[in-house]
Structure formats: structure tokens, C-alpha cells
Design a binder for this molecule. Structure first.
Ligand code: NOJ
Ligand code: CA
Length: 695
């Protein structure tokens, strides 16, 4: 008997050695991690017993080992739990709870070590690979990362193609099995767009909904010194596999142990609102690296911008770089937007409306020939055009209590910006500019590198660090999409990295559902400079028939639903003056918050969010819908009990419709308290914005 028992125990022991397995739970989320029969690390995730990620492989192809994904020996695990709170410098909430159970798995293969660190939160899982300091692996090249996310079904998916250079696409909504990015058509040209070589690659954040009502979001956190992760979709098996953005010679990443990759994130809930409220990505980022942050101030801004986007004026001073007069100087085209008189007009408008900043694009020499980056050095970032009196304007803005916001378009020439940027930041800091909008339009130089590859990821981070050194806040256009790095670099306030409102100026535009998908996708990684607030919704463009796909009230609601600590009032002053009553909402709405309640949401359909102003008892609500009219009921139970509030409700007029009557709105003022409920009728493509001032 004893012999049988001993041999039984031995077989169990051997089985456990061969197929080790560990589980970690937090609330309803359960993670299982182990090694399969080939020594391949595998994991799975479920929520309350429902599969979220089925058994999925982990590992790499590296130059030192083309099968650094199998043949591993399980060397042991470590566990720990953390439950802490931290306060962001700015944000959607005053305080963030970071509570997780962590499991670190130590693996070894022929003298080479790999750790995988898992953190299990109540709303999902994050995991990263760690290459410890070791003799068998020092400098190495990642040829492929083989992280998989095996989906449990053919989920409804909101996706854009995995392009190596841009995230500025419209979203397609299909089943996983129907994803094919060759079907993506550009809304400006109606032709299929150029996408990454892999027709089955999609970008993250990827939003999915299962047939039994789970919402699953896959992205990454803390992307530094590594390429962006895209996902290759195996349509037959529904396995999503990490597909990294390559460099100019086809390698993915150059690493040096000890090294930890960015976190792979899986956020899951049976409520769509929980996805938008999740702080998992922020929590997986490192705390602020900045020693002082008291110079960082969220703000609203206007800009010499929409007038160029809509073709009324130009970025350039002259029409061609070779339009020279007999004096050898550029001949002005008479349409240059960033001229001293025009910029003063924007400064006056900002000052009169308590808007903190004025962005000026096209102020610096080089715009005659900037597009297409044949030349490496197009701009020097310190030479103003002759009709832009930078010193006089800086003094004028300061006298009015307004800051000018610098614009540095690099035209994709990152090598040039790397060389110029210390001079550029010294220049702006010397003039008292505390914010910059950068841009990376066009192909990247170094040639062959991609916007979302490791080389550029390092570049964007260098820019954020340089900006911090000169106390400048950063808003980057065309960088890799954000992954929560605003926690680590709180001066990196916003990014574009998605299809902004500007597409309504230079293409047929984005459909009404676009802004109901963006919070579940692009905004999961961080704030977006979406440039809301267009008031003239038709006939703003020289191209006939062009129009915004929203009502005016929806443009107001976007100030709440599209979170950004740098938020533009994007239209031109005269269009705001024509609707001064509606503009009051933009004057009032803050850009920094103590609390956020995601009241109702469904990707592709609607979003309703309430936020509490930083340091005050006032609340602001934004509600938006897709092409369908709907009525949203908003319970005011989030208001302080027993307190009265003045509610100013900006809503679609009865006959409003994004297509036929976008500018119809009504403004209503009521007194309410926490027992009340608002009924907000939203027109097709419509929205509602509400200010709730504590009395
Ligand atoms: C593209 C940016 O998204 C836009 O905002 C900017 O005006 C142009 N590039 C020019 O830099
Ligand atoms: Ca852009």
C-alpha cells in the first residue's frame, strides 16, 4: 500500500514538474499560467468563469535563439500584492487606486533566463517579459514577439489597420473573422488605403464585445524603448498574435538585459462603462520622472489653425520656395495666416474669453516646401516669417494674460529635430512659451524607420524629456499612439495619434459613430488632441458639400467625452462670435477634473460622462450619440446630497440633425439637486452638454 502511495505521489510530483500551473485571482478575474508539454509558457484569463483569453502562448524569436518560446524549465514563482493610492498631476480623477495581485514566473532555457510578470487587477490583467541580467544574454535582437491572445469566440471588433506609420483611420466594426484591412477605404479619396504589408494586422487599443456581453480591450502600457505592438488576427482560430513594428532592416527591437518590455494589457468587464473608467493602463506605467511639476497647467487654447485646414489661409508665406523678388526675398502670397495682425485677433479673442493659450502654426520659415520630406532639414524652429513679429506678439500676449503655444512641425525628419530641439526649446522657453505642438507628417527620416518603431518611440520620449527640461508641455501629433506615459511624463499632456476632427476639413469626414468608438480605442492609452468645438458645421470649406458629421451641441459634448488636459476651441473667432450663447459652455468647461463618472456607454452607439471640476463642486456632463437619435436619462445622484445646482443644458433643437440642420440647439437653465434626473434628447449625430454649477 505504502509503495502504491509513494509511486502515486511521485507521479503527481513529476506531472507538476512537467506541467506546472499557478493561478491568481482578483475579484472575478482569474489568471492561469503554466508550461505546456513542449515547455512553452501559456496563460489564460477568465471573468467569473467566462473565458476572456483562452490558453495562449508566450515567448520570442531572438537572434540568439529562434525558439525562445519553448523548451523552458519552470524555475519557480514569486507572489506579492499591492493596494495603494496615488495622485496624478492632472487627470480625470483626483486619486487613483492601484490594487493588484502579482505573480512572477522564472523560466530558464539552456542557461538563458526569462521572467514573466503578471499583475491581476479587478478589471483585467497586465503582463510583461523581463530579461534579467545574465551571462547568456546581454545585447540581443528581437526578431518576433509571439505573445498570443486566443479569443473565445468570433467577437464583434472595432478596429483600424495595423499601419506602421499612422493611426489616423476610420474604425471598421466587424466580426474577428471578417477583419481584412485591404477593405479599408480612405474617406477623402474613396479608394483602398495603403496599409502595412500584413492584411490581417490591426492596431491597438483593440475593442471587442463577445456574444455573451463581455467587453474586452487589448492594448499595452508603458511603451518605451520598444516598438508598438500590433495584432495579427488569425481569422480561423481567433488567435491574436503580437506583431511588432519593424525597423528599417526588418528587426523589431534591440535590447540589453536587464530589460523589461512594455506591459500587454487585457481590460475586461461585463459593463462597457467599466472599460472607459479603467485605470489599469495608467497603473502599469511608472510614476512621474519629473522632479517638479508645479509649472504644468492644463489649459484650453484657440489657434491660427482651422483657417488653414479649411483653405482660407496658408501655413506658408509664399506660394513657392522659388518665388523670389529682385531683392532675393520670398514674395508674399497675401494669404499667410500667421501674420501679426491676425495673431493679435486670436490673442484678443482668447483674452476676452479667458482661454489660456493661442497656438500659431505657420509662423516659421520653411512651409513653402515642407511636404514629402525630400530634404532632411526643412525647418530650424527659430526663424520666424517676416510678417510674424514674434517679440511684439509675445509681449502683446503676455500683456493680455495669454500664452502663445509653439508649433514645431518636423515633417517627419526626426534626425533634424534631434539636432535642433535643444535650440528650439531654449528659444521657446526664452520667449515664455510653456507649450509646444509637435508634428511628424510624412515619411520618417532616418529613412526606412516607421512612426511606431523602436527608433521613433525613443525619439518621442527624448522630446518629452527635453520639453520637461525647459518646462514645456507637449502635444505630439502623429506619434505612436499613447500607452499611459502621461503618468511618467506629466508634461506630455496630449497626442493626436488618431483620426481627429481635422479630417472633416480635408476629407469627406468621419461618420457620427466615430466619437463613440474613440474613447474605447484611441483614448484608452491617453488624452487626445481631437480639436473639438467646430461651430460652423457646413460651408466652412472651399470644397463644396463638405460638412461635419455632428450637431453643434455634440461638438460641445466632446469637451467632456474626449478627455484632454490641453483642449482646443478649434473654430475661428468669428464662428464663435456668431453663437456666443453656445460658446459659454466652452468658456466654462474645465480641462482638469477631481472625479469622473462614466454614466452610460456602448462602443459605436453612445457615451455619457459626468466630470467634477478640479477643486470645485461644479459638474459637467457630455452625452453623444451616433447616427441614431436617442433620449438619454441622466440621474443626478452623483451631485452632492442636499446641495442645489444651476444646470445649464445645451441640447439639440427639436429639428436638429447632423445632416440637415446641425446648428439647431436650445439652451435651458434649471435648478436641480441630486434627486433629479435630466432627460437629454439627442438628434441623429447629436449630443448634449450640461454645466452644473454648485449654488
Ligand atoms: C497635421 C496635424 O495633425 C495638424 O494639426 C497640423 O496642422 C498639420 N499637420 C501641419 O503641421
Ligand atoms: Ca494628423
Amino acid at each position: 500500500m505504502l509503495r502504491y502511495m509513494l509511486s502515486f505521489c511521485l507521479s503527481i510530483f513529476l506531472f507538476l514538474q512537467c506541467f506546472p500551473e499557478e493561478t491568481v485571482t482578483n475579484g472575478k478575474v482569474k489568471l492561469t499560467v503554466g508550461l505546456d508539454g513542449n515547455g512553452r509558457p501559456v496563460y489564460s484569463v477568465d471573468l467569473g468563469g467566462k473565458p476572456v483569453v483562452k490558453e495562449s502562448h508566450l515567448g520570442f524569436v531572438i537572434d540568439a535563439d529562434s525558439a525562445f518560446y519553448q523548451g523552458f524549465v519552470w524555475k519557480g514563482v514569486e507572489r506579492r500584492s499591492v493596494d495603494e493610492k496615488w495622485s496624478p498631476v492632472w487627470g480625470e480623477v483626483k486619486e487613483v487606486r492601484n490594487a493588484y495581485n502579482e505573480l512572477t514566473v522564472h523560466l530558464e532555457k539552456k542557461g538563458r533566463w526569462l521572467d514573466i510578470v503578471f499583475r491581476v487587477f479587478e478589471d483585467g490583467v497586465g503582463f510583461r517579459y523581463r530579461f534579467p541580467k545574465q551571462d547568456g544574454l546581454r545585447y540581443f535582437v528581437v526578431r518576433q514577439e509571439l505573445t498570443e491572445f486566443a479569443m473565445g469566440g468570433d467577437h464583434k471588433t472595432f478596429w483600424i489597420p495595423g499601419d506602421y506609420d499612422t493611426n489616423e483611420y476610420l474604425y471598421s466594426t466587424t466580426l474577428l473573422s471578417a477583419i481584412d484591412n485591404r477593405s479599408v477605404v480612405d474617406s477623402s479619396t474613396d479608394i483602398a488605403v495603403r496599409v502595412a504589408p500584413d492584411a490581417q494586422a490591426v492596431a491597438t487599443p483593440l475593442m471587442m464585445k463577445t456574444q455573451d456581453g463581455l467587453y474586452i480591450n487589448i492594448h499595452e502600457a508603458g511603451l518605451m524603448d520598444y516598438p508598438a505592438m500590433q495584432l495579427h488576427v488569425d481569422k480561423a482560430t481567433r488567435v491574436l498574435r503580437s506583431s511588432l513594428v519593424p525597423d528599417a532592416v526588418g528587426n523589431m527591437a534591440y535590447l540589453h538585459a536587464p530589460y523589461a518590455t512594455p506591459w500587454r494589457t487585457i481590460i475586461v468587464s461585463d459593463k462597457a462603462t467599466d472599460i472607459l473608467a479603467s485605470k489599469l493602463i495608467l497603473n502599469l506605467n511608472e510614476p512621474s520622472k519629473l522632479t517638479s511639476t508645479d509649472w504644468i497647467h492644463p489649459m484650453k487654447f484657440v489657434g491660427v489653425w482651422w483657417e488653414m485646414q479649411t483653405g482660407k489661409s496658408t501655413w506658408s508665406y509664399s506660394d513657392y520656395a522659388d518665388s523670389l523678388g529682385s531683392d532675393g526675398k520670398l514674395i508674399p502670397n497675401g494669404r499667410h495666416g500667421a501674420n501679426t495682425v491676425n495673431v493679435k485677433r486670436y490673442i484678443d479673442f482668447a483674452a476676452a474669453n479667458h482661454i489660456g493659450g493661442v497656438l500659431v502654426e505657420g509662423w516659421n520659415a520653411g512651409w513653402e516646401d515642407w511636404f514629402g520630406n525630400w530634404k532632411e532639414k526643412v525647418f530650424d524652429f527659430v526663424t520666424p516669417y517676416p510678417d510674424f513679429d514674434i517679440h511684439a506678439l509675445t509681449a502683446y500676449a503676455a500683456s493680455k494674460g495669454v500664452q502663445l503655444i509653439m508649433h514645431n512641425e518636423t515633417s517627419g525628419s526626426a534626425t533634424n529635430y534631434d539636432q535642433q530641439m535643444d535650440t528650439a526649446f531654449k528659444f521657446m522657453a526664452g520667449l515664455g512659451y510653456h507649450a509646444v505642438k509637435t508634428g511628424y507628417v510624412g515619411k520618417i527620416i532616418p529613412r526606412g524607420e516607421h512612426h511606431d518603431g523602436q527608433w521613433m518611440v525613443l525619439h518621442y520620449t527624448r522630446v518629452a524629456e527635453k520639453a520637461a527640461q525647459y518646462h514645456v508641455m507637449l502635444d505630439a501629433h502623429e506619434p505612436m499612439r499613447p500607452t499611459g506615459l502621461q503618468r511618467t511624463y506629466p508634461n506630455w499632456m496630449a497626442c493626436e495619434a488618431g483620426r481627429g476632427n481635422e479630417y472633416n476639413a480635408f476629407s469627406k469626414g468621419s461618420p457620427p459613430e466615430h466619437e463613440t468608438i474613440m474613447p474605447f480605442t484611441r483614448l484608452m492609452g491617453g488624452p487626445m488632441d481631437y480639436t473639438p468645438g467646430i461651430f460652423k458645421l457646413r460651408e466652412y470649406s472651399s470644397v463644396p458639400g463638405r460638412q461635419m458629421h455632428t450637431t453643434l451641441a455634440k461638438q460641445l459634448a466632446l469637451y467632456v467625452t474626449m478627455y484632454s488636459p490641453l483642449q482646443m476651441a478649434a473654430d475661428v473667432p468669428e464662428n464663435y462670435e456668431a453663437h456666443s450663447d453656445a460658446f459659454q459652455f466652452i468658456r466654462d468647461v474645465p480641462v482638469d477634473w477631481d472625479d469622473t463618472k462614466v454614466l452610460d456607454a456602448e462602443p459605436g452607439d453612445y457615451v455619457v460622462i459626468a466630470r467634477r471640476e478640479k477643486g470645485k463642486d461644479n459638474w459637467f456632463v457630455g452625452a453623444i450619440t451616433d447616427e441614431n437619435a436617442r433620449t438619454m436619462k441622466v440621474s443626478l445622484s452623483f451631485l452632492d446630497k442636499g446641495r442645489k445646482y444651476k444646470a445649464v443644458i445645451y441640447k439639440d433643437g427639436v429639428s436638429a440633425d447632423w445632416k440637415t440642420n446641425p446648428e439647431a440647439y436650445t439652451i435651458e437653465t434649471l435648478t436641480v439637486d441630486s434627486r433629479g434626473q435630466l432627460t437629454l434628447p439627442l438628434a441623429p449625430g447629436g449630443g448634449a452638454a450640461v454645466s452644473l454649477f454648485a449654488l
